[in-house]
Structure formats: C-alpha cells, structure tokens
Write a protein that binds this ligand. Sequence first.
Ligand SMILES: Nc1ncnc2c1ncn2[C@@H]1O[C@H](COP(=O)(O)OP(=O)(O)OP(=O)(O)O)[C@@H](O)[C@H]1O
Ligand SMILES: [Mg+2]
Length: 397
Amino acid sequence: MRIIFFAGKGGVGKTSVAAATGIKTAEMGHKTIIMSLDIAHSLTDIFDLGRDLIDQNKGKPIKVKKNLWLQELDIQEEIQSNWGDIYKYISTLLHTTGMDEILAEELAILPGMEEVSLLLYINRYVRENAFDVIILDCAPTGESMRFISIPTTLEWYMKKLFRVERSIAKIIRPVAKRVYDIPLPGDDYFAAVEYLFERLRGVDKILIDPHVTTVRLVTNPEKIVLKETQRAFMYFCLYKMHIDGIIVNRILPDNIKDTYFKSWKKSQKQYIEKAKEYFNPIPIFLVPLLKEEVLGYERLKDLADQIYEGQNPLTRFFEGEPYRLIKNNNEYQIMIKLPFIEKKDIELNKSSDELIVRLGSFKRHLLLPRQVAATRSVKAKLTDNYLCIFFKGDERE
Ligand SMILES: Nc1ncnc2c1ncn2[C@@H]1O[C@H](COP(=O)(O)OP(=O)(O)OP(=O)(O)O)[C@@H](O)[C@H]1O
Ligand SMILES: [Mg+2]
C-alpha cells in the first residue's frame, strides 16, 4: 500500500498533478484510487465525467478506467453513515437553544467532519487492503493542515475530555435530564464517538509511516506561492509527515521567445533556483506550462510524463527527515541534519517568521510555523550531525 498526498496553495495544480499521478500508477497495473474533498468536484470535472454519474454515485468510488477509481466525498452522505448519533445530538442541542431547525442542522456539520470522513475511508482501505495506491488531492494549504492535525486532536479529546464528559453526564443525567434546558448527551452519543474513534485507530501511524505515506508539495515559481510552500513544508514536518518531492508547476517553456514574457521567464528562473536552495535535498520536479488546460485522460497522461519523465511515481524520492520539529512544553526544538560542519561555520538569524541558517556561502531559509515564530529566545547547539535550535516561548503568552 502506498499513499501520496498532493498539497499546496489554491490553484497551483494539485488536482491536475494528483490525477496525472493516479493515471500513471493505474496504467502500471496498480489498483489506484484518487480521493478528494473538493466540493467543486474538479476531480471528476477534469476527467470529463457527466454530472449524472457523480450525483447518482453519492460520494462512493467511481471506476473510470482499468485499475482507476475516483472518489469525491459527499458530506451529506457521510453524515448519514458515519455521524448519525453525534450529528443528531449536536443539531438537537442547537435547536433547543432556540435556533431554527434547518439552520441547526446546517450548523451541526462541524468543521473537521469532512476530514474525519476522509480519514475513515483511508483507514478502511488500508485495513481491507482495498487498493494498492491511494492518491489524495488535498484542499489548499490551510485546510489540509487541519486535516493532518485531526488524528492528534482526536486522541487528545478521547484521552482528556471524553472520559470526563462521560462521567459527568452519567452523574447528572438521573438528577436533571436537562441542565438549563439543554439536553445532555445520551449513551448513544458516547457510543457513537467511541465507535468512530475505533474506526480511526491507527490512521495517525499510517500517515507518518514514510514507507506508506509521502507528501508532494505542488508549487509555482512565484514569490508568494513559494512562501506558502515553505510554510506548508514546515507544518508537514511538524506533524512528522515525510515530504519526498516538490513539484514546480507551470514553468514557461524555453521555446517561448515572445518578449512579452521576458521578465516572467527571468523571475521564474530565479524562483526555481530559490526553490532548489530552500528545499534541498528534497528533489524538485520541474513541470512546464502545457499548451492547454489539463482536461481529459490523454492530457493528464501527458502531464504525468512531463512530471516523472519515465521514473516510477511510487518511488520514495526522498528518505530521511530533513528537519525534525519537537515540542516540549512551551519550548520548540528544530533539528536539522547537518553532517560535516563545525560550529564556526554556522550563522543563525531569526527575522520575524523566518530562520536563516547560513553555512559559509550557503544559506537556507526556514519559514517557521506561527507558534515557533512567536517565541522570543533562540539558542542553538551542534551535536551528532544535528544542529538543534531551541525556541523558548514568552512566559506571558
Ligand atoms: N502544467 C500545466 N499546464 C497548463 N495548465 C495547467 C497546468 N497545471 C494546471 N493547469 C491548469 O490550471 C488550473 C488549476 O489547476 P488545478 O485545478 O489542478 O489546481 P488546484 O491546485 O487543484 O486548484 P484548487 O486549489 O482550486 O483545488 C486548471 O485549469 C488546470 O487545467
Ligand atoms: Mg483542486
């Protein structure tokens, strides 16, 4: 089983690159499913599939070719099958607090439900060994960060909150069925949460196992997009996911000589160099801007050839962790593997949300996750091939 995430800023080409990769692995004979949470259904759109087929299918996998399935989740269907009693309790709760019933039902779709539903599918497919390859067309960066943080959040909820909540409910319920007119959750609710958690068990391990799951960041050779890619990079590291490729998409091809594009070409070249510098040693895949929109099977196949140039897309293109981000109380520690280096050769600078590590003439910019960027004091130590940088939070924060 192999899982590949395609993540990045909105509009950079995630869906196209994910679909192209899926086509390639299916053609190689691997049973492949491409999954997405996109409510705009762009995955089925780029395969030019009819709307009827999608509507009838209600978020279940659609077979589009030999060895190839697409799945775009339908949150209403997921609520029916996964969230029954939990959803019922939350919507009753909102309704009894005076909210209109329809609005209560709408609001009871909690943020994160879609993501959890997707995790449930991933876990089920892995447990049942239903596919050889799962390709995930992620939502734009911010939302996919929420997605990957869910397993740890749920674990926290089960460990800390759930037990307490449940015992309180048990004690209070016989005395007052309603506290201030708010219905308490019943056993059905708790049983549903427990059942849900059981079905999610293990998915966190799958996501951080580099033999199974790797992340490819899709980006464009432009300043703002690259900046977001750096941030995404650090966040995926924070959640211990392994990035094995950076796909720089929509590069103007060399044969475009029109003077109108002259400065575009120049700046793209600069940002490609910057991308190599920022993400080294992770391999960079350079993908040209194609002549037309990437629509339909044949053009997607062409895109796959441009990305992988004959390499097997299932390869783990980078093994080993380039950075490790560890959190200890309110202290963060970044560990960067830097063999063959001496202390006198390293210079560190922190400027607002960026850490610049200078090694002689070589410079690496690390865009820091927000919590780390907010810290005040920075200390560094060099041990056993690793540069460890400690960020200590402000006590008042
Ligand atoms: N290399 C390319 N050459 C030409 N067109 C491309 C290329 N890559 C992507 N496109 C086009 O750019 C548009 C956006 O691509 P896509 O939908 O894959 O991006 P996305 O990152 O999934 O967007 P969103 O964040 O909205 O989901 C599409 O019209 C697609 O056909
Ligand atoms: Mg998309």
